[in-house]
Design a protein around this ligand. Structure first.
Ligand code: GLC
Ligand code: CA
Length: 551
């Protein structure tokens, strides 16, 4: 089947269902709520939706622990509600992609229950190992969420591997039966009309033969033996050959610790690609080391290197996925932007990535400049990874220091309910919300921003519309300027018809501004800006500008 690459012209909106909108008043976001907001999403200029998991799940990792791949959780409205949303989206010319989480299942999945009882054909569906003769764990790998990567199962009397939470058991992808299951799941949703998938930590599915001890990594032991493992490409190729190549669909793969060169092994359009796009992490690492919890001062130069590395590295061969926020990282206004200059910096951050080459994703709440959440008590955190970080890591430090670490690093900051209005619970629910609402909802909410022509929300609409109107953003060349500047990110995009210059200030100080050589501002049209007036020689705090030259 001929691939149409429709995804190259889309702007996606990511929905993390629990916190998007509650439609039935039980305090939990759901598909009824999504249905109500389809026109809102479309009004942003977004014409695709990525759903974080909607499947039945015990919720240990908020849905990334799936207990049934062929259904929609009752709390989200079940299959009927999903079909209604899918149809509603398609009527509006919006695509819908699902999250595919097959590195692991919930330990509540039927497969796991049968596997632990050694009921065929499920016996080898997971990665089971006996204890070593000295009673030790099968190897020294770490879980990325809690403790070591092995949990003892009383029923089977063996250990199973879990790279994430204890209740997320890793599937044995080397077993052909498991791969057939995956393909059946894919076909099930594609046949229903879903337009593609975001594949969760898919680069982890092939573990090194023999599961050797890791003698190199000080932390996250094992990652060098399961990330881009020996048979990963082979399995992705198999999924592509047997399923994806038969549908007009898009496949986006989450890929921690990847660089453009490695990405091209999977997405090079001139060389039998097995995936369409990859989610890189480099642009999330400008203020932390390895994970968001290890906070360091924000470095714009690090961020710019990451952007340019990906823009240049994939040029002409692969397609970028662009994002600044998702459900796994704290809010950007609080990280690379400024809460003091919330409105200005949210707009600047929008432009910083929306005019790059690739397909942009907007995460729920990002479009109104939602910021981080600062709970007073660690017990208020819900996320399994965050809780482990507080209660088990660096426990000699003072409670205040440990709590601050969570304020910087916890993904729960991105999981508070979307702030729809200044009504109680931010208009998210008429009931008791399942999670805390950020206290700033009275000031930061969709309803008030709808009324304000200068709001972050309306700026997103303008920026996305401009992006779509400019051919040079879709096709043009990318070039970066002022590379050594630690306060400005300046880039141009150019094709045969037009040229734009994007200038983003990442500082609350005023900075002198001079256009790069060859850009005559007098002949340009200033298409987008976040202050009422643009000074020709000075940039105000977090100022952003997009200049256009038509040829
Ligand atoms: C991915 C998801 C994250 C989840 C993890 C385990 O990184 O984005 O939310 O916790 O995989 O499934
Ligand atoms: Ca609900």
């Amino acid at each position: 089947m001929e691939k149409k690459q429709w995804y190259k012209d889309k702007v996606f909106y990511q929905i993390w269902p629990r916190s998007f909108k509650d439609g039935n008043g039980d305090g939990m976001g759901d598909l009824l709520g999504v249905y109500e907001k389809l026109d809102y999403i479309k009004s942003l200029g977004c014409d695709g939706i990525w759903f974080s998991p909607l499947y039945p799940s015990p919720g240990v990792d908020c849905g990334y622990d799936i207990s049934d791949y062929n259904d929609i959780a009752a709390e989200f409205g079940g299959m009927e509600a999903f079909k209604k949303v899918l149809e509603g989206a398609h009527e509006r010319d919006m695509k819908v992609i699902m999250d595919l989480v097959v590195n692991h299942t919930s330990t509540e999945h039927e497969w796991f229950k049968k596997s632990r009882e050694r009921i065929e054909p499920y016996t080898d569906y997971y990665i089971w190992r006996p204890a070593k003769s000295n009673g030790k764990l099968p190897n020294n790998w770490d879980s990325l969420f809690e403790g070591k990567a092995w949990a003892w199962d009383e029923v089977r009397n063996e250990y199973y591997m879990h790279l994430f939470a204890i209740e997320q058991a890793d599937l044995n992808m080397d077993n052909p039966l498991v791969r057939e299951e995956v393909k059946n799941i894919l076909r099930f949703w594609l046949d229903m009309g879903v337009d593609g998938f975001r594949e969760d930590v898919i680069t982890f599915i092939s573990k090194k033969e023999g599961l050797p001890d890791d003698r190199i990594m000080p932390a996250s032991k094992g990652i060098g033996y399961y990330n881009h493992g020996p048979r990963l490409h082979e399995y992705l190729e198999e999924f592509h050959r047997d399923v994806f190549s038969h549908y007009d669909c898009m496949v986006l793969a989450e890929a921690p610790m990847i660089n453009p060169k490695k990405a091209l092994e999977y997405i090079d359009e001139n060389n039998n690609p097995v995936l369409d796009m990859m989610i890189q992490f480099a642009t999330q690492e400008a203020d932390c080391l390895f994970t968001d919890f290890n906070h360091i001062p924000f470095s714009l130069r690090k961020l710019k290197r990451a952007y340019s590395n990906w823009q240049n590295g994939l040029e002409g061969r692969g397609w970028n996925m662009l994002y600044i926020e998702n459900h796994d990282h704290p809010r950007m206004v609080s990280r690379y932007g400024s809460e003091k200059f919330r409105r200005e910096s949210a707009k600047m951050l929008a432009v910083s990535y929306l005019f790059l080459k690739g397909t942009p994703f907007v995460y729920q709440g990002q479009e109104i400049g939602m910021s981080n959440w600062y709970p007073s008590d660690p017990e208020m955190y819900e996320d399994v990874q965050t809780r482990w970080q507080y209660f088990n890591v660096g426990t000699k430090r003072s409670p205040e220091k440990r709590l601050q670490r969570l304020w910087h690093g916890s993904r729960d900051s991105a999981r508070t309910p979307v702030q729809w209005s200044a009504e109680p619970n931010a208009g998210f629910t008429t009931g008791e919300p399942w999670f805390y609402v950020n206290e700033n909802y009275v000031d930061v909410n969709v309803a008030s921003q709808e009324q304000d022509a200068d709001s972050v929300l309306n700026f997103y609409r303008k920026a996305i519309a401009l992006r779509k109107a400019l051919s040079c953003v879709r096709h043009g060349d990318y070039r970066e300027y002022n590379k050594l500047s630690s306060s400005l990110y300046t880039y141009s995009r150019e094709d045969e018809k037009q040229k734009i210059l994007v200038v983003c200030s990442y500082t609350e100080k005023e900075v002198p501004f001079k256009a790069p050589q060859g850009f005559d501002l007098a002949s340009a049209e200033l298409k987008l800006q976040n202050y009422a007036k643009a000074d020709s020689a000075l940039l105000k705090p977090y100022e952003v500008r997009v200049y256009l030259w038509e040829k």
